[in-house]
Design a protein around this ligand. Structure first.
Ligand SMILES: Cc1cc2nc3c(=O)[nH]c(=O)nc-3n(C[C@H](O)[C@H](O)[C@H](O)COP(=O)(O)O)c2cc1C
Length: 183
């Protein structure tokens, strides 16, 4: 099963991107995680652009997200919500309404911040937006608090318990996506 991993941060040292790399290490047998790095290439959503031939980064998003068996999102929290770059990607992924790559896609959400709440508000807002876009949002929130203490200088995850929670979440994601993949 192929799971796309989408980070909502463009920052080179992003904890959310490190979290997705750690998730790839924690993936159960049969689940392959691939980091999708196109969100920074997308234009700002504009319905005028979303007619006829869409810009190449948009068609790439729609092809890649549409072909994925499931998607794992990792969101930072900016001012209590989802960063604009990630919400913008979700908006592109939510159209055309009846053929949208997010429609009926099995997805889950994690989030990391250096603070004590682990991007919990951003995760809740992202789950809401994905649900409105027609995705099947599964699994529980996974707030990674004090993210600056969770990785070593090479970016490897230091927290065994978190490794286990990522593994369990991916098991849930794969189990929920399996019927749709088999159909
Ligand atoms: C514009 C901006 C707003 C932020 N707002 C919040 C916030 O509301 N809550 C929070 O926990 N952290 C907030 N932060 C701190 C981020 O959690 C921190 O920069 C984090 O490392 C970003 O995720 P990344 O490491 O994946 O890039 C904010 C950072 C920026 C740049």
């Amino acid at each position: 099963m192929k799971v796309l991993a989408v980070s909502g941060s463009l920052r080179s040292g992003s904890y959310n991107t490190l979290l997705l790399r750690a998730a790839a290490e924690a993936a159960p047998a049969g689940v392959e995680l691939e980091l999708w790095e196109g969100i920074g290439d997308l234009p700002l959503y504009d319905q005028d652009l979303d007619a006829g031939d869409v810009p190449e980064p948009v068609s790439r998003l729609r092809a890649d997200w549409g072909a994925a068996d499931a998607i794992l999102f990792a969101t930072p929290e900016y001012n209590g919500s989802v960063p604009g770059v990630l919400k913008n990607a979700v908006d592109w992924g939510s159209r055309p309404r009846l053929e949208a790559p997010l429609l009926n896609k099995t997805v889950t959400v994690v989030g990391a911040s250096p603070g004590q709440f682990g991007a919990l508000w951003a995760q809740a807002d992202l789950r809401k937006a994905l649900g409105v876009a027609g995705a099947r949002v599964v699994g529980d929130e996974l707030p990674v608090t004090r993210a600056n203490e969770k990785f070593d200088s090479a970016g490897r995850l230091l927290d065994e318990e978190l490794h286990g929670r990522l593994s369990l979440l991916l098991e849930t994601l794969a189990a929920e996506a399996a019927p749709a993949v088999a159909a």
